[in-house]
Design a binder for this molecule. Structure first.
Ligand code: SF4
Length: 454
């Protein structure tokens, strides 16, 4: 350990640009054991590790780095899988630069430890050696229904099953995984990784109901009456429009509609009203990770030109820096400090903006520059402006307390206004990171189990 003065931080190798833009396979390779050990040996083993504190799951990062450096893969695997429901997935998709790696003591001076990539290495190499996440066979005689199979639902199921609780999961789509399956493109997360975790939950005794919409195919009352507790993890998937003229034109789409249709096509499914971007000029409006996903997907679909429009400057982009770099490498053009005004006749009218002082939210403000309007040609426009909570019929009928954004109101124990109904993830906190939803699912599972003891 402490080798940071001798060994530089390195990232895993990426596939070459010309090769990777032809398919939806992952861009990053996985560290081999020598590289993972060498990078782990850079850790200085802080007494009060900031990385651990910053990780929403409070992963015991220094401990699994130490075991990776010691070449004890099995112990590293067990430690990593103890606190996280799917470490190899979060190692790939977390924006580490604003989480664990951003708070690494070495970040400002020598380069942070490559925590996410080592996390992915530990589980992937462990799986190759036949290691599997552990579940108990001892049952406690309680059963929980989980509505939604995204990060919060999978996490809740994992920790409930580990505590000996019987779990049934209800998913309205034809495949489980939610955002992990349909929202995150394969070049960041191949879909076999998600299916593998779901399959282990099924092996551990979980019953999965797909194509089952609560309130339509099964009533919410039924779940309330049949199960000892219910966990709602339905996410926040309703996209936002900017509120401009022409935004509902047929050539304008929302990010999740676009990404879901592409993924369904990639699964070999028939897709109604497929969004074909081949040989077209594509404008994606937004500066977060979902915008980068839409841009890089458009590149892989053979678009003629792919441009990102963002109202702030590059420094103030909300997403992961590595995704911006990857987008640029793949040929995306970025236009900063512009805001959409209207859409008409395959043109988007934009107005230029400029950054101002840091405002009350701690971010630099932005203001429009009067008289700076201009047009950008656009065959297809995709808005990636964040997500809101949906209000499915079952939630309207449930009489659960909701906030003014349709978020489910919970207490510190993840209980809703009905004590046996729990919720977490985006359906409570609004659109946020998958790792925060995973942390909510884990913590809610612990509270559900504690509740059974009362
Ligand atoms: Fe870092 Fe995310 Fe892994 Fe936590 S789950 S250690 S934040 S990559």
């Amino acid at each position: 350990m402490l080798n940071f003065t001798k060994v530089d931080r390195v990232n895993p190798l990426k596939r070459g640009v010309m090769e990777r833009i032809k398919d939806f396979k992952e861009v990053y390779t996985v560290f081999d054991k020598h590289k993972a050990a060498e990078q782990s040996e850079r850790c200085i083993g802080c007494g009060d590790p900031y990385c651990h504190n910053k990780c929403p799951l409070h992963n015991i990062i220094p401990a699994w780095l130490k075991q990776t450096a010691n070449n004890d893969l099995e112990l590293a695997f067990n430690i990593s899988n103890e606190t996280s429901p799917f470490p190899e997935i979060l190692g790939r998709i977390c924006p580490q630069d604003v989480l664990c790696e951003g708070d690494c003591t070495l970040n400002d001076t020598h380069g942070a430890i490559t925590i996410g990539s080592i996390e992915t290495h530990i589980s992937e190499k462990g799986f190759e050696k036949g290691l599997k996440p552990k579940f108990t066979k001892t049952k406690i005689g309680k059963k929980v229904a989980i509505i939604g199979s995204g990060p919060a639902g999978i996490s809740a199921a994992t920790f409930l099953l580990r505590a000996g609780v019987d779990v049934e999961m209800f998913e309205r789509a034809n495949r489980a995984g939610g955002l992990l399956t349909y929202g995150i493109p394969g070049f960041k997360l191949e879909k076999e990784r998600v299916k593998r975790r779901i399959d282990w939950l099924i092996d551990a005794g979980m019953t999965l109901h797909t194509n089952c919409e609560i309130g339509k195919d099964k009533s919410f009352d039924d779940l309330e009456n049949t199960f000892d507790a219910v966990f709602i993890g339905i996410g926040a998937t309703k996209g936002r429009y900017p509120g401009i003229d022409g935004e509902k034109d047929p050539n304008v789409h929302l990010s999740m509609e676009f990404l879901t249709k592409i993924q369904k096509r990639n699964f070999g499914e028939d897709v109604e009203n497929f969004i074909d971007v081949k040989d077209k000029n594509i404008l994606v409006v937004g500066g977060g990770d979902t915008a980068m996903d839409c841009l890089r997907t458009s590149v892989r679909e053979g678009a003629k030109s792919v441009k990102c429009l963002y109202r702030r400057d590059e420094k103030n982009m909300p997403g992961s820096k590595k995704e911006v770099i990857n987008s640029k490498e793949e040929g995306v053009e970025f236009i900063f400090n512009v805001s959409p005004l209207s859409i008409q006749n395959n043109q988007m009218k934009l107005i230029r903006t400029q950054m101002t002082q840091i405002n009350s939210t701690g971010r630099q403000g932005v203001e429009i520059i009067e008289g700076s309007e201009y047009n950008e040609p656009a065959d297809i426009i995709i808005f990636a402006l964040g997500f809101e909570q949906e209000l499915p019929q079952f939630l309207q009928d449930s009489k659960l307390e909701l906030d003014k954004w349709n978020g489910i109101v919970t207490n510190e124990k993840f209980q809703t206004s009905k004590t046996t109904i729990y919720s977490g993830g985006d359906s409570v906190r609004g659109a946020n990171l998958a790792v925060r939803a995973a942390a909510d699912g884990k913590n809610a599972a612990k509270e559900i189990v504690e509740g059974f003891k009362l």
